[in-house]
Design a protein around this ligand. Structure first.
Ligand code: CIZ
Length: 352
């Protein structure tokens, strides 16, 4: 039962002491987040790992690409553990290295070797895609710093190839002033399908990979209209992985860290309709009873892969550590880690 698991996790936690740090992503459920030494978005958590060199083990309560980034940015002696190895990210899986390399080749065949394409990958991607960006003059972005990264990329070249999330790419490019007709969607399953594909690519400024977050795709313009009809004062706060029309209709949009910050700074009595993962929305509602916070999607489901981190996995991997056994370690190949770090460090240099 829950109490027994809780007792086992606390006992293992005590025994492991400073050798273990537990990181919890904002989208984790309360039964997990309560054990986290730190909470954050993927990027903040990956950086935190490196700042705790006394911790030999980093227990990453989140999804696979996040654990990979933590491994890339952590110190060589640190081991990163993903409690349940089946916790992936369906959006991150929508782009793989073979497809991205094929796309890169086709784009250069069509546009020529001086196409001036800068690859930009969202943090939500496998380490080998970050490494691809590192090798080809590109960069990583998060939902917090995407505007600054896009600006950097356009100063380096003529075009951007953005993967894997079409919507973050489109929302960021729109805010940057790129017109719809300068955006092309790249479907890796059927590239160059359109009759006008060549012309579209010639005039493109940004090529958007056809990937999406199934949790954020649940939000719609109808939900926003309904919320406003019921309460004209309601503030609509959405994540940039939502569709363009949802972001366009919102009062505010931004990353998880931005959403949290907006709510923390708002006066008592503020009423919010929020479009992001339900565990974060519920937690914000609990932590801010002085405001009214609801999720725009009435039939909410949590992110199904984040949900795969269950307390039983924590107990299992922590007890194994006490026996000297490292289970479910996420370890990125040294060559890939090197180039992924190049792309991540370009992003870090921008923030500095
Ligand atoms: O990068 C992250 O942590 C995710 C998945 C979302 C966000 O906005 O922080």
């Amino acid at each position: 039962g829950g109490e027994e698991l809780d007792r086992r996790i606390h006992a293992a936690r005590e025994a492991l002491g400073e050798r273990l740090v537990i990181l919890g992503h904002h989208y984790q459920r309360d039964e997990i987040i309560k054990y986290a030494d730190y909470r954050g978005d993927s990027f903040k958590l990956a950086q935190l790992a490196a700042k705790r060199p006394e911790a030999d083990y980093i227990l990453f309560c989140g999804v696979h690409f996040m654990a990979e980034s933590a491994d890339v940015l952590s110190q060589p002696h640190q081991k990163v553990i993903l409690p349940n190895p089946a916790a992936g990210c369906s959006m991150a899986d929508m782009a793989n290295i073979a497809e991205v390399e094929e796309c890169w080749e086709m784009l250069h065949e069509t546009l020529g070797e001086d196409a001036g394409i800068i690859p930009v990958t969202y943090m939500n991607s496998a380490a080998n895609l970050k490494a691809f960006c590192g090798r080809h003059g590109g960069i990583v972005c998060t939902s917090s710093n995407a505007p600054g990264v896009i600006d950097w990329a356009f100063k380096q070249g003529k075009r951007v190839l953005f993967f894997p999330d079409e919507h973050l790419g489109r929302n960021t490019a729109t805010a940057y002033g790129i017109k719809d007709e300068q955006m092309v969607v790249w479907n890796p399953k059927d590239p160059m399908a359109s009759e006008d594909a060549e012309e579209e690519l010639e005039r493109s400024k940004i090529i958007l990979w056809k990937g999406y977050c199934s949790t954020h795709m649940r939000f719609s313009l109808e939900q926003i209209n309904k919320a406003r009809a019921e309460d004209p004062e309601v503030k609509i706060l959405v994540h940039p992985e939502c569709r363009r029309e949802v972001v366009a209709a919102a009062d505010l949009y931004g990353s998880t860290e931005y959403i949290i910050q907006q709510i923390e700074q708002a006066p008592a009595g503020t009423r919010w309709g929020v479009a992001t993962e339900i565990n974060l929305v519920h937690r914000l509602a609990q932590e801010h009873p002085e405001q009214s916070i609801f999720c725009l999607d009435p039939i909410v489901c949590p992110c199904s892969t984040m949900y795969r981190i269950h307390p039983a996995y924590l107990a299992w991997v922590m007890e194994a550590l006490l026996q000297g056994e490292v289970l479910n370690q996420v370890s990125v190949d040294e060559e890939i880690a090197h180039w992924a770090r190049v792309a991540l460090e370009r992003m870090l240099a921008l923030a500095a």
